[in-house]
Design a protein around this ligand. Structure first.
Ligand code: NI
Length: 171
């Protein structure tokens, strides 16, 4: 396994549509292993192949990276159903040090293939639903910054906003 370079906003590859995976080759397996290592190293909760410069429809997610990694690997993911709404701050490894307010579905049902090219269904709410939608957007060349309400915030500005919201709740 090896760490891959994460492409950042402004890189053309992040605006391109990724292609379907037709078969699992040793190169694909290596790519997925590298994507997982890269995601954990960067402390992200999701990573899409275009973010490491590969235009293939592959996503890795781990919304609960505790002591034991619990990765979800999605090949050729496809959103079947969404419902509800959630608004919250979102970030992306390709937009380092920034975050912004994005409204997403609160529930998503996704069809994908695993590393044996067996079809499976995954359903998620809240953070997992947000993550599924965010990562699948990457496969179609979209970044969350297109959907941000208001300004992109720096880490410091985000911290201030969260503290202000906390104070308001306490009053
Ligand atoms: Ni992202």
């Amino acid at each position: 396994m090896a760490l891959r370079n994460i492409r950042e906003i402004g890189d053309d590859i992040l605006t391109k549509k990724a292609r379907e995976v037709k078969e699992i080759t040793p190169r694909i397996v290596e790519l997925i292993e590298d994507m997982l290592e890269t995601m954990y190293e960067a402390q992200g909760v999701g990573l899409a192949a275009p973010q490491v410069g590969v235009l293939k429809r592959i996503v890795v997610i781990d919304v609960d990276p505790g002591e034991e990694p619990n990765p979800i690997i999605l090949i050729n993911p496809e959103i079947l159903k969404v419902s509800g709404e959630q608004t919250g701050y979102e970030g992306c490894l390709s937009v380092p040090g920034k975050s912004g307010l994005v409204t997403r579905p609160n529930y998503a049902k996704v069809k994908a293939y695993n590393i044996n090219m067996e079809e499976f269904i995954i359903e998620g709410e809240e953070l997992l639903a947000r993550c599924l939608c965010h990562e699948i957007d990457h496969l179609d060349g979209h970044l969350y910054v297109e959907k941000v309400e208001g300004d992109l915030l720096s880490n410091e500005e985000l911290q201030e906003k969260l503290e202000a919201a906390q104070e308001e709740m306490e009053q």
